[in-house]
Design a protein around this ligand. Sequence first.
Ligand code: ADP
Ligand code: MG
Length: 822
Amino acid sequence: MNEQTLDWIRLQKALSVEAERGYIDIMGNQYRFSEFICLSLGKPPKNISTGDKIQWHDVAQKFANYSNLSSSQRKQLVIGTRNFLHKQKVLTETPSTPPNPKTPRTAALNSSQAKTYFKQEISLDMPLSKVIDIGRRSNYLERLGLYTVRDLLFYYPRDHLDYARQVQITHLEAGETVTVIGTVKSCKCFSSPKNKNLTIFELVLTDPTGRLKLNRFLMGARFGNPGSQARYRNQYPVGSIVAASGLVKQNKYGITLDKPEIEVLDGAGASIESIKIGRVLPVYALTEGVPADTVRKSVVAALPAAKYLADPLPRELRNQYGLVKLKNAIACIHYPENWEELTHARRRLVFDEFFYLQLGFLQRRQELKQKQKGASFAPEGKIIESFNNILPFTLTNAQQRVVNEIFGDLGKADTPMNRLVQGDVGSGKTIVAVYAILAAIQSGYQAAFMAPTEVLAEQHYRKLVEWFNLLHLPVELLTGSTKTAKRRDIHSQLANGELPLLIGTHALIQDPVQFHKLGLAVIDEQHRFGVQQRARLLGKGKSPHVLTMTATPIPRTLALTLHGDLDVSQIDELPPGRQPIKTMMKKGKADRKKVYDLIRREIAQGRQAYIIFPLVEESEKLDLKAATEEHKRLSESIFPEFQIALLHGRMSSAEKDAALNSFRDNKCQIIVSTTVIEVGVDVPNATVMVIEHADRFGLSQLHQLRGRVGRGSSSSFCFLMSSSKNVEARQRLAVLEESQDGFFISEADMRFRGPGAVLGTRQSGLPDFALASLVEDQEVLTLAREAAEKIIAADKMLDNSPSLKQELEIRYRRLMGGDILN
Ligand code: ADP
Ligand code: MG
């Protein structure tokens, strides 16, 4: 695939991500969305006319002004740009194609008719507008990024509903998905007396066994006018026979169907015509304003083209892993006859998603191996020997094992290390990194240690500088707030090789930073950095060894597969003497008083406490206010006898430092903070962690916060304050009450919120899978990995399987589109 094509995909993906996120001008690794689009559109393809080029620049200009646009203006611009780009792409690819003749309107869109109508014409690359005359609808489809028949076929439903079961009214049972056939007794459509914006539609049906009332609740002004309400009513005349499908639910008015799909039949006994009633029905993820039926009907029209899909997977491989053919899988993922078909289709397509990703990873790994030569560092030497002597504790077995794994990598000159260390909060990852750093220095190389926040970088510096002083080794800290003179000093010491270790934030990857001989890059909390940022750090040396660390550990098979090109080590043991942290959910005044009393008792024994407030992006100001006010309330009315520090993201680095230092030195007993404290702050004397509005945090984040206490040898407490009555929220928090195991918690978190939210999809370079679930589909994932390994072992560059190679290029690029904004 050439550069040109890649750009189109990136651009379209950026636009669709922005639409998904609600037009917030999302931040990529390097650029904001609007900047990225503006820059990209500033460079139109060469083979277009001057007129078109001017248009490109016009659109780019509009994005330059994106930040001043209202949300709806942004939306219009994004949609308009997607269409524009699509048309431009078609132009550049087929410059001589005449405009498409208008196809006649198709009366019905059920699958048999669609088949006959398009018998000769339909093909995979045909534009959708040619296949199905949907008037304004093709616009809707473009909004979803769907332009060709192939696009639509690969637009998998996110769910299916089983409407295949016809049930009589008297036999309805809550929780089942069914179809009911009945006669309309009455039909009303009116505005809610309480909420003008809400229109209520009410249909009463009977069958020989009973009576059923169905409601639909329609939000929005467009349903509110009497004309549209009358039209709605008239669709269901009294006496007509209808089929209604949906999930049976029991509410206080009796039994009903939740969000029913209703279709009027020609008469009793008439076959159910609708494409959705009485069968397994696909449900598609939609963008606002795209009617669900539009997508369903269009899919039905496009499905006949599925038979042209060639299968890139060799037959032996399909047989070996029990996979159905691609064309069958595609047909059945949309409209399966039954659940079994659906299961087979899904399994095949999930396999594909994992398989191509693995294939891509493995190939990249091959390429790296061929290209790079690392430096080899010996673990034996004076520096490490002296360090062993000054270390105030012995390594845990897990730490020792991981250090050995790292030394093994560092000793090999032929390939640089690329290792991820996973370990729960407090498992002692830093010290493991220090061993690697010292090995590099011992062999005459420099090391860089990058952390995601100033607070964390400073803490690492503080700890390491003690040790480094004892070892008579210089070390410096470089962050956004390092003074210019100091900064220059650091730059020159780095460049001439005097400085063996630089700790810092993103400041490390900026341009003036040049190493004399960078041999090792350590990246803490790696999931907080983008692919590109990591790459830039590595670019500061010649194939340096890389050690990344994460405190959001995930199951090993998953980590191996996800980070397909990394080796993974686990520190699965905590340093000795740690006590479990007593964790409890709390709500209401009485509970709060008990929590405050406990804080008093702990402080009386010389301990300290954290009180954390969430900082949610949308209401950053409000939350800051909450933290600031709470600080005031606590200092004045609750704990006037104690010193209470305040820490939040809007403070200058110096202020933050001062607050943290006073807490670290026990000059203040309580620190009230927003989540800037989250990452790795280490004050072993603190024993109480109070998290306000705990339900607003993800489990992994809560676990990290909790990990700020329990670092010393005395027993610690974590209180999850939440007044939420939401059952799921309380279930989530209960996981923390029950478990202290980071692996278990991250897996639970993935189940609740999805892996993307937990691992930071776009940040970690983790792909968006259309179907596959990293939690549910681990077995298929393992198979796909195995299959990919076999293929690569036999045919490294896929020279003998051109169709696989081609498919890989398309799929891998698309999947890894996660880092598009770079
Ligand atoms: P994390 O894995 O969360 O980054 P740190 O590296 O910050 O953990 O270590 C947490 C604390 O445990 C630090 O105070 C560190 O000095 C201490 N520590 C690390 N390893 C050991 C050990 N083997 N024995 C005792 N304490 C240790
Ligand atoms: Mg850490």
